[in-house]
Design a protein around this ligand. Structure first.
Ligand code: SAH
Length: 217
């Protein structure tokens, strides 16, 4: 899956170094994944020159690809290991899914995207780039993806009022869930939860973030 010789290796490596100086991509697996995934191939042609700047970029359908530091932070917080089964809600362009796939293996990633056109584009792009093992489905992330459950970890790349019940249900006991959650009109907080054996959640907050809102049904 390593995409050598695309002309952007040094920019990508420099980006990861800058992120690490700021305390992101601390885990070696996260840094390696971000050095491997060609972010420029996930953004519209006209934005390729900015693909390795640490900022979000538009990807069409009024959506954005998250800034690299946010993808790095989320991968670090989920502490993913090879072989972990992971559910992603909000495929977007597929970049974050590709980073996750580098860590756990493409066949262990299931991703749900609300917009059917984005889902189709992401599926094709992931396939072209060697991440064809990632499963992408168009649908409402509130329902998760029951057929591929249970998951070791799940994360949302869109902001919800609370962790979707179906997603919590589909994560195994002791599994992790990470999502930007709305603070009732006062912005969003990135919240990491560990599912206890009794099904309740042990949560910790990780600061203010800004994601696109999760669409209701
Ligand atoms: N991870 C993405 C960033 C996606 S932005 C990337 O790397 O590009 C958030 C995405 O969540 C958008 O594509 C949006 O369409 C999607 N989304 C919003 N509401 C959703 C819902 N209810 N179910 C599934 N996806 C949703």
């Amino acid at each position: 899956m390593s995409t050598g010789g695309d002309g952007f290796e040094s920019e990508r490596r420099a980006l990861v170094e800058r992120l690490r100086e700021r305390g992101y991509a601390e885990r070696e697996a996260t840094a390696d994944a971000m050095r491997s995934v060609p972010r420029h191939a996930f953004v519209p042609r006209g934005n390729r020159g900015s693909a390795y700047a640490d900022r979000p970029l538009p990807i069409g359908s009024n959506q954005t690809i998250s800034a690299p530091h946010m993808v790095a932070l989320m991968a670090d917080l989920l502490a993913l290991s090879p072989g972990d089964e992971v559910l992603e809600i909000g495929t977007g362009c597929g970049y974050h899914a590709a980073v996750t796939a580098e860590i756990v293996g493409p066949e262990h990633v299931s991703s749900v995207e609300y917009h059917a056109d984005l889902a189709a584009d992401a599926r094709e792009r992931l396939n072209d780039l060697g991440y064809g093992g990632v499963s992408v489905r168009a649908g409402d992330g509130h329902e998760g993806w029951p057929e591929d459950a249970p998951y070791d970890a799940a994360y949302l790349t869109c902001a919800a009022a609370e962790f979707p019940h179906a997603v919590v249900e589909q994560v195994r006991p002791e599994g992790r869930i990470l999502a930007p959650l709305d603070r009732g009109g006062r912005g969003q907080t990135l919240v990491l939860a560990r599912k206890r054996v009794d099904g309740t959640l042990d949560t910790e907050t990780h600061g203010g973030v800004r994601f696109v809102p999760m669409r209701e049904g």
